[in-house]
Design a protein around this ligand. Structure first.
Ligand SMILES: Nc1ncnc2c1ncn2[C@@H]1O[C@H](COP(=O)(O)OP(=O)(O)O)[C@@H](O)[C@H]1O
Ligand SMILES: Cc1ncsc1CCOP(=O)(O)O
Ligand SMILES: [Mg+2]
Length: 269
C-alpha cells in the first residue's frame, strides 16, 4: 500500500463520519471520544445492558476495550457483540492487560472464540497471552525482536481468523498471509495513557468505511503514526511534555495534511 491510499481512506472517514460505539475503559473514555471526533468520526460510549444491543446494531463499528472491565461491562460487551454481528457491524477488540490476571485472560479468549472480530489490536504481551503463549513473553527468547513479533502476529491472525495489529516501536499488521510493517510513530506515544486505545478506535473508524479490513487497518495505523510525528513536531521546545503531547495528538488527528501523509508514510510489505 502507498501513501495515496492512506490519504483516500482518511478522506472516506471524514466524508462518511461513521458512528463508533465504544464499550471502553474509564481511563481513556474522554480522550478517545475527543480523538475520534478530531479524526472526523462520531463516538458514542454506551454500556447499559438495556441499550447496548440497539446502539451496536445502529453503529458503523463496535469497539470492545477491556481496560477497566467489570462483570457487568463484560455482559454488555457480549450483548453488543452479538447484536453487531447480526447486523453486520464490524467489531474491533483491544485486549487491554490480557495476561495480567486469569479473569482478564479468560474474558479475552472468550470474546475472540465466541465472536467474529474484524481486528484485534494489542501490544506484544497482550497478543501473546490472548493466544495462550505467555511463555513467549516470559521465556528467554527476546520478544521484542522484530521477526519474533511478526511471527507472533501471523500465528495469532491464523488462530483467531482475524486481522491482528501488534503495536510497539514498529507496528505489524497481518491477516495471517500478508504482512505490513509501519515505522511511523513517536516515542512520546508511550508517555501518554490511552494512545493504544485511541489507535484501536481509529482503526474501527477506518474499517467501517472501507470493505477491505486489512487495507483499512494498515492505512489507519500509518495515519495514526504520521499524526503522532506531526504532533511531536508541533510543540514548542520548552513545552514538550506528555500533557502538551496529549493535546497535540488530538489536534494532529484533525490537522495532519495530505502533504504530510505523502511525505512521511513508511509502510513496508
Ligand atoms: N517505542 C515507540 N516508539 C514509537 N512509537 C511507539 C513506541 N511504542 C509504542 N508506540 C506507538 O504507540 C501506540 C500505542 O502502542 P502500544 O504502546 O504498543 O500500545 P498500548 O498502549 O496498548 O500498550 C502505537 O501507535 C505504537 O505505534
Ligand atoms: C492505565 C489503564 N488502566 C486500565 S485501562 C488503562 C489505559 C490503557 O490505555 P493504553 O493501553 O492505550 O495505554
Ligand atoms: Mg493498550
Amino acid at each position: 500500500m502507498d501513501s495515496t491510499t492512506v490519504v483516500q481512506l482518511r478522506e472516506h472517514v471524514r466524508k462518511k463520519r461513521p458512528l463508533i460505539h465504544h464499550i471502553t475503559n474509564i481511563v481513556v473514555s474522554n480522550f478517545t471520544a475527543n480523538g475520534v471526533l478530531s479524526l472526523g468520526a462520531s463516538p458514542v460510549m454506551a454500556y447499559a445492558i438495556e441499550e447496548v444491543e440497539e446502539i451496536a446494531q445502529a453503529a458503523d463499528a463496535l469497539v470492545l476495550n477491556m481496560g477497566t472491565m467489570t462483570s457487568q461491562s463484560v455482559e454488555a460487551m457480549k450483548l453488543a457483540a452479538s447484536s453487531a454481528e447480526k447486523a453486520g457491524v464490524p467489531i474491533v477488540l483491544d485486549p487491554v492487560g490480557v495476561g495480567a490476571s486469569s479473569y482478564r485472560t479468560s474474558v479475552g479468549k472468550r470474546i475472540v472464540e465466541d465472536f467474529d472480530t474484524s481486528v484485534v489490536r494489542g501490544n506484544v504481551a497482550e497478543i501473546a497471552n490472548l493466544i495462550g503463549e505467555s511463555t513467549f513473553i516470559r521465556g528467554v527468547d527476546a520478544p521484542d525482536d522484530a521477526k519474533n513479533k511478526e511471527n507472533l502476529a501471523i500465528r495469532a491472525a491464523k488462530k483467531l481468523n482475524t486481522v491482528i495489529v501488534v503495536t510497539g516501536e514498529e507496528d505489524i499488521i497481518t491477516d495471517g498471509e500478508k504482512v505490513s510493517r509501519i515505522e511511523n510513530g513517536d516515542p512520546m506515544l508511550t508517555q501518554v495513557t490511552g494512545t493504544g486505545c485511541l489507535l484501536t478506535s481509529v482503526i474501527a473508524a477506518f474499517i467501517s468505511t472501507h470493505p477491505n479490513s486489512l487495507e483499512a487497518t494498515t492505512a489507519a495505523v500509518a495515519f495514526y503514526g504520521i499524526a503522532a510525528e506531526c504532533a511531536a513536531e508541533s510543540i514548542k521546545e520548552d513545552l514538550k511534555g506528555p500533557g502538551h503531547y496529549q493535546i497535540a495528538l488530538i489536534d494532529a488527528l484533525h490537522m495532519t495534511t495530505n502533504e504530510e501523509i505523502e511525505k512521511r508514510c513508511s509502510i513496508n510489505t
